[in-house]
Design a protein around this ligand. Structure first.
Ligand code: GLA
Length: 390
């Protein structure tokens, strides 16, 4: 994290001719298991990763805020007076404006500021670059105003920014873990009660490997909301508030109801993924407590198959990455992570074999696809924080 902070700080100094006063940092995340279960009130099992969005800021004498993104090489003006509304097109600054607007509505009134934003969370790869930007933004507002927001409230304000300003009807997982991640722990989150349970993930023999397939196949952009609607339809056919409230047995007994509906078979399979995925997520957290890595790995592979066949959110390149991982010595478990249709896989591997595993997977994947993947290892990182200027 030190490098990216130093880089952001010196950029600020060069651009504005003064030292930044406030620093906010928020991590990206990887989800170990529990995909698309959050908006079904189910369980997720993410951890924050050692990739961050950093904001360095200082006071300004204007009415609005001036923000500059190093990654996009672009400036934007952010309204601080509570008069912002979502714009027609979603751009990088929409996430900042949405978060600021929600924070202002919730009672935070930051003075005018200028800021440099920098991120080493791979953008658009299923590692929550947007959530880390939202959470870094709201954390910066806490630094500027000296006011503290309750962490759950913080995550909810960021989620609302994503809903309204990015028009992405996401669940709560990404904003929650970016806000509340803990170094050395993965987080089993019950998305209904919003009560997290921290599970140690600090065995030196095991490491988490993230592999970016470098593909993204969203065809219409409506794949995520479509899945959400199909889950809601399934819950309605089952007569339950959310898919969290049903069992595999009940689902099987209701099959004939699904059969009578147009696209009933699709909704049935979506529901089967959610119900079985909730079970796997709780089981994996349990297995991790016992350091039963074999069971963890088995559950990850099963999760991938369920995402591939029932939820239909994987793609050939991602399936290939998991297939290669499964036949590579030292890989304990592997699956796609995040919203889907490309992005990254997450694997649990034996630390001593991590170097060789990265090499094997990179070679085999690039030979078969002509695409160079990006592989990196990470430990569970700390959630958002305000840093003192040193
Ligand atoms: C995206 C959303 C999350 C979650 C995942 C899938 O990352 O932002 O809320 O639904 O997809 O598990």
């Amino acid at each position: 994290m030190k490098n990216i902070i130093a880089e952001t700080k010196s950029f600020f100094l060069k651009k504005y001719g003064m030292e930044p006063v406030w620093f906010a940092v928020a991590p990206g995340r990887v989800n170990l298991i529990g995909e698309h279960t959050d908006y079904n009130d189910g369980f997720v099992f993410p951890m924050a990763i050692e990739r961050y969005t950093v904001i360095a800021a200082g006071p300004d004498n204007a009415v609005d805020a001036d923000v500059y993104s190093i990654n996009k090489n672009e400036s934007a003006t952010i309204k601080l007076d509570g008069s912002a509304t979502p714009s027609q097109t979603v751009v990088w600054s929409s996430y900042i404006q949405g978060t600021v607007q929600n924070a202002v509505e919730a009672g935070l009134h930051p003075q005018s500021f200028r800021a440099i934003i920098n991120s080493n969370v791979p953008l658009g790869s299923g590692l929550s670059s947007s959530a880390s930007l939202e959470v870094a933004t709201i954390t910066l507002l806490e630094a500027i105003t000296g006011q503290k927001i309750d962490p759950v409230q913080k995550a909810l304000l960021c989620q609302k920014a994503e809903h309204l300003y990015a028009r992405m009807p996401c669940g709560i997982m990404d904003q929650f873990i970016s806000t509340m991640g803990c170094e050395g722990y993965a987080m089993l989150l019950d998305c209904r009660s919003r009560v997290p349970k921290m599970i140690p993930l600090n065995d030196p023999d095991i490491i988490v490997l993230i592999i970016n397939s470098n593909v993204k196949h969203q065809l219409t952009g409506s794949e995520y909301p479509d899945r959400r609607r199909q889950c809601e339809k399934a819950a309605q056919l089952l007569g339950v508030p959310k898919l969290r409230d049903t069992t595999l047995q009940q689902l099987k007994e209701t099959q004939s109801v699904f059969d009578k509906e147009p696209n009933g078979n699709i909704c049935f399979r979506r529901a089967r993924h959610i119900v079985t995925e909730n079970g796997r997520t709780v089981a994996m957290a349990d297995a991790m407590v016992r350091k039963d890595w074999k069971t963890c790995g088995k559950l990850m592979y099963e999760s991938h198959v369920s995402m591939r066949d029932d939820f239909e959110i994987t793609c050939t390149e991602i399936d290939l990455l998991v297939e290669i991982a499964q036949s590579t010595d030292g890989v304990i478990g592997s699956r796609m992570t995040g919203g889907g249709f490309g992005g990254c896989t997450v694997s649990l591997v034996e630390s001593s074999k991590a170097g060789k595993i990265s090499k094997t997977i990179t070679e085999q994947y690039s030979t078969k696809t002509n695409i160079e993947p990006v592989v990196f290892a990470t430990c569970p990182a700390q959630g958002a924080m305000i840093l003192e200027n040193e």
